[in-house]
Ligand binder design. Structure first.
Ligand code: KG4
Ligand code: ZN
Length: 354
């Protein structure tokens, strides 16, 4: 059975995993940097790459130890080549290239978004539906809607034209002084809130498959912070940018915001499911951990909706190993001089240019 060591360092998780047969997780180590970045309310790129450099060797060693394997028992080394923070990507890529050179194992540079798509294959009860499949990837850096024609072949239908869904959660979380990252914190706060307490907009985009969250974010800012012409609330100087109104009820804001974001995501998925004869919708990425999103997709779409187990929604290396598996079997190999690709969307010829 093919066994792949996978490495992921595209954002703020230093991760290594070992996957056999494309589906069996033999080890899955994720060293999160959340505590490091929480004090800045977001991922600080320079700190992220330094923490990857400090942690990567131990994370890879732990993965091998957990799987009780050595390099001679591996078939390939897979690594996230992009998209992501370039300084972070370079750490994983450099480490993987060094290992490939030292061990003689083939190297596979993998697209991180394809990893999120393939996280589905790692669920214990997954059984592959017929192609084509609609795939929605919703994370801190991306909101993409794709038609997966077969393994490794994607038609991009749409995506966000401004902020990613997770980015919107994080920005609103920061505004509400909730802990970083905003997604899980907003989901938790919303449990005690009334989604009808605020009327936030659902943006209309030119294409029904596209998304836009910047107008929603602005609407939240306007609704809950002290505005310059607000006579009853005089802004304190240092906080003039975003002083919350005394009457802003955080659980209500969280619930109304979460309702608006999930409605927008469901509307795009619904439009695509009506226009394309897909057999299923895959939703993955950090925001796919959101229960309201999962529930609404299942209620409103006529297709079966697949979401990965919660521990595979956010960034991990297991999904990179799963995506690498079929590429390995199909003969895909990367040269040792591949470069990090900060921007790299999934499209028909995703691996053609590098
Ligand atoms: O996939 P991911 O770990 O990293 C990227 O590739 O970006 O996604 C992280 C994003 C963050 O923006 C976080 O706030 C969001 O996923 N997130 C959630 C939830 N859990 C994580 N958003 C909404 N509800 C959640 N439960
Ligand atoms: Zn991701």
């Amino acid at each position: 059975m093919t066994t792949i060591l996978a490495i992921e360092t595209s954002c703020d998780e230093t991760a290594a995993a070992i996957i056999s047969g494309g589906r069996k997780i033999r080890a899955n180590i994720v060293a999160s940097q959340i505590d490091l970045h929480a004090q800045y309310g977001g991922v600080f790129p320079e700190l992220a790459s330094r923490a990857h450099a400090e942690g990567i060797s131990a994370v890879v060693s732990r993965a091998l130890a957990e799987a009780d394997l050595d390099y001679a028992q591996l078939d390939a080394i897979a690594v996230t080549q992009g998209p992501g923070l370039v300084g972070s990507l370079l750490v994983g890529l450099g480490f993987a290239k060094g290992l490939a050179l030292a061990t003689g194992l083939p190297l596979l540079g993998i697209n991180h978004l394809e990893g999120h798509v393939y996280s589905q294959w790692l669920a214990d009860d997954f059984s592959e539906p017929a192609f084509p499949i609609l795939a929605m990837i919703v994370s801190g850096g991306h909101s993409e809607l794709l038609l997966m024609r077969t393994h490794g072949r994607y038609q991009r239908l749409g995506g966000t034209i401004d902020d990613a869904a997770g980015e919107a959660f994080d920005k609103v979380g920061r505004l509400l002084s909730l802990p970083f990252p905003g997604g899980p914190a907003i989901e938790k706060a919303a449990q005690a809130g009334d989604k009808n307490a605020y009327a936030f907009p659902r943006a209309k985009t030119e294409s029904a498959y596209d998304l836009s969250f910047s107008g929603l974010k602005t609407a939240v800012v306007r609704a809950v912070t002290v505005q310059p012409d607000d006579r009853n609330h005089r802004p304190r100087r240092a906080e003039r940018q975003a002083q919350l109104r005394d009457d802003a009820h955080i659980p209500d804001v969280a619930a109304a915001f979460q309702d608006a974001v999930t409605d927008a995501l469901v509307a795009a998925a619904l439009a695509a499911s009506r226009d394309y004869a897909a057999s299923a919708l895959f939703v993955s990425g950090g925001v796919s951990a959101n229960k309201l999103l999962r529930d609404k997709l299942r209620q409103r779409l006529e297709l079966p909706v697949y979401s990965p187990p919660l521990f595979l929604c956010s960034d991990n290396a297991a999904m990179i190993g799963a995506a690498a598996h079929l590429r390995y079997l199909a003969g895909h190999r990367s040269s040792l001089d591949i470069e990090a690709r900060a921007r790299w969307l999934l499209s028909e010829d995703v691996y053609a240019a590098g």
